[in-house]
Design a protein around this ligand. Structure first.
Ligand code: HEM
Ligand SMILES: *[C@@H]1O[C@H](CO)[C@@H](O)[C@H](O)[C@H]1NC(C)=O
Ligand SMILES: *[C@@H]1O[C@H](CO)[C@@H](O)[C@H](O)[C@H]1NC(C)=O
Ligand SMILES: *[C@@H]1O[C@H](CO)[C@@H](O)[C@H](O)[C@H]1NC(C)=O
Length: 223
């Protein structure tokens, strides 16, 4: 999510930032995919904020199927939930810097050549002298088929070798997950149901409740 988004609180001290983000994901799923699920409320916000925690907890775009599986398993999410939730890349964008290593210096052979050629028209090659490098980092849609619809076309894109991130395309190239990709591409309604259930499960991971943590007044900083 764009870190520059400032959440203006309508109910300060009553509704936590953690709940607001979970509700926003629920409402986005409804609006962009007609995928509906209930989100329990009552989450509380962390009262500490550590810069290294995202790096330690979130998967990276260059992860392979095994490291993705292990990363999700550490949070109690199954292999099928990992593949199902990756379908969120059916919407939204990625900066070139998140997948440039698939284009330069050598082109990833698992990337459809015509799609790679298109990506190269948007993403500049890295400059040897970083000091002289322009600070621009353009963006590309994660799903090239239906970029603004939350649907199973993401998996159809993977089958066409048009997964944007390495972590997307490995779901097809790994024998561990390839069948799941093919299944989700074929049975979009089943995927949508699994997605709704997995979103509820993901939204319940390591939740602070009761007197734990705090309710932030400003979502960007601890009180
Ligand atoms: C499987 C492991 C995952 C990896 C490695 C990953 C990585 C990434 C990366 C690198 C980006 C682009 C960031 C940028 O360059 O600006 C991105 C965007 C995004 N991811 Fe993931 N992600 C993963 C799973 C998920 C899950 C589980 C969800 C939600 C259920 C999700 C939802 C999104 C959305 C909606 C965007 C687009 C954000 C925007 O448009 O600003 N991702 N992800
Ligand atoms: C996946 O990545 C990990 C960590 O970089 C590496 O140890 C492992 O050999 C890789 N597995 C495969 C199947 O490429
Ligand atoms: C890198 O580029 C900067 C700005 O153009 C320049 O001042 C610097 O001397 C360059 N460094 C090298 C090693 O070429
Ligand atoms: C943060 O919350 C925990 C309980 O979740 C509490 O024990 C701790 O004292 C709080 N720390 C700060 C800095 O407020």
């Amino acid at each position: 999510m764009d870190p520059e988004v400032i959440i203006k609180l309508r109910c300060p001290g009553i509704v936590s930032c953690a709940d607001i983000i979970a509700f926003a994901a629920r409402d986005s799923s409804c609006k962009l995919g007609n995928i509906n699920y209930d989100v329990p409320s009552g989450r509380r916000d962390g009262n500490v904020s550590l810069i290294n925690e995202p790096l330690l907890n979130l998967p990276a775009p260059f992860f392979n199927a095994t490291t993705l599986r292990d990363n999700f398993a550490r949070k109690g999410l199954s292999l099928d939930e990992m593949v199902t939730l990756s379908g969120a890349h059916s919407i939204g964008i990625s900066h070139c810097s998140s997948f440039a290593s698939r284009l330069y210096p050598t082109q990833d052979p698992t990337l459809d050549p015509s799609y790679a050629a298109f990506l190269k028209t948007i993403c500049p090659p890295p400059v040897a002298n970083a000091t002289a490098a322009p600070t621009v980092d353009p963006t590309v849609n994660l799903d090239s088929i239906t970029p603004t619809r939350l649907d199973s076309k993401y998996y159809v894109g993977l089958k066409a070798n048009r997964g944007l991130l390495t972590s997307d395309q490995v779901l097809l190239s790994s024998p561990m997950t390839a069948k799941k990709v093919v299944y989700n591409a074929k049975y979009g309604n089943v995927w949508a149901k699994k997605f709704a259930a997995a979103m509820v499960r993901m939204g319940n991971i390591e939740v602070l409740t009761g007197k734990q943590g705090e309710i932030r007044r400003n979502c960007r900083v601890v009180n």
